[in-house]
Design a protein around this ligand. Structure first.
Ligand code: RB5
Length: 143
């Protein structure tokens, strides 16, 4: 059973709580790194906490949610060990796995509705990395 880390700021809190149920239904264990209410928090703090969980080896993949998904994706991509992809539909979710081997899915809770977000998460969970030429390209981003 895969453990998925999930985190949000206040802008993504409600969607995070809904997606935790979907992850459980999909057979995933969930590690929730916060936030735990609608009180305002700073998205870089949450992104950094989730990245630390991934770096510890406790989880291989994670989901980060803020209002737009932009702040979370910028913050998570500051750590060169992981690739965070901001996805707004099932196509970008599938490609972020097939071509980019994204370890972190970022979502904008003020951009996508619950139904779209659920489709994105399901697709992202189920799509494997294609490897081959895409691995070569990923290797070129390592410093
Ligand atoms: C918080 O209001 C908002 O700035 C945040 O959720 C996110 O959209 C930042 O990128």
């Amino acid at each position: 059973m895969e453990t998925i880390a999930i985190g949000s700021d206040h802008g993504g809190f409600t969607l995070k709580e809904r997606l935790k149920a979907l992850l459980a239904d999909a057979g995933c264990e969930v590690t929730d790194v916060g936030c735990h209410s609608l009180d305002a928090v700073d998205y870089p703090d949450i992104a950094q906490t989730l990245v630390r969980v991934l770096a510890s080896g406790a989880c291989r993949r994670g989901i980060l949610i803020c209002g737009t998904g932009i702040g979370m994706s910028i913050a998570a991509n500051r750590d060169q060990r992981f690739r965070a992809a901001l996805c707004h539909d099932e196509y970008t979710a599938r490609m972020s796995r097939e071509h980019n081997d994204a370890d972190i899915l970022c979502l904008g809770a003020r951009v996508v509705g619950l139904g779209v977000a659920e489709g994105i998460v399901k697709t992202w969970l189920e799509t494997p990395f294609a490897g081959g030429r895409h691995q070569t390209r990923i290797d070129k981003m390592r410093h």
